[in-house]
Design a protein around this ligand. Sequence first.
Ligand code: PAF
Length: 273
Amino acid sequence: MQVVQTPKELKALRDSLPGSVGFVPTMGALHEGHLSLIKKSVEQNDHTIVSIFVNPTQFLPGEDFSKYPRRYEADKKICELASVDILFMPEADAMYHEDEVIIKAPKAKGYILEGHFRPGHFDGVLQVVNKLFHLTKPTRAYFGKKDAQQLYLIQQMVRDFFFDIEIVPCDIVRDPDGLALSSRNVYLSPQERQKALLLSKALKRAAKMVQSGEYSVERIKAKMREILEDIKLDYVEIVDREFEPIENVVVGDTIILVAGYVGSTRLIDNIWI
Ligand code: PAF
């Protein structure tokens, strides 16, 4: 595995790779969720590039940018063992210039849900992913469904900017007790971790309601809010796969999303129905 830090080195190495290239962008502190994306990329492509970059532009003032877990040595080992070909670990000043051309997330879909509670977050995500796509020129790029709205907006960006990249959505990986894996789970105390299970419990309950024939978004959301009463919620929402609001769940075209705080840790989770 080659570890590179500058865009110039990355471009030169990438251009030397024959065949298909899979790309897995991450912010590091790698866990089984990331590993599932990497494994899929290694399976489906001749070469795999992983990036680890805690991207400052997607954090709002007051968010956890400075305390976001950084585990560079452990992450390198994980990538090496997973047969990654190139690991890109840039510094922020190699990725950004002062007063640079910026990308804005679309007004409607980029500023609802996550974008409403973290306004500007998706501008930063799209900005950095756009740069990373230009540097890595992947055949396929791998994103987790846990960040469902991010995945949707990246698919939009690929369409809008005519990128020739296949976006591969990957299933959420959960701990055996149901908690969706996230690099931010390390912030949780044992008691908070227990409380955090309410998120997946509420989503499971919602899925069960649908299975037993309850399609009303209003009633499903009411039940979820009951289960989640001990959590300071940002939102419980049910949308279609285009992130449009709906009144009734349509199996195969619905995502149920939840976001809230357990202590001071903000967690998100969702289920695709
Ligand atoms: O999902 C993430 O980890 C980040 O938002 C991404 C896609 C690596 C961009 O910084």
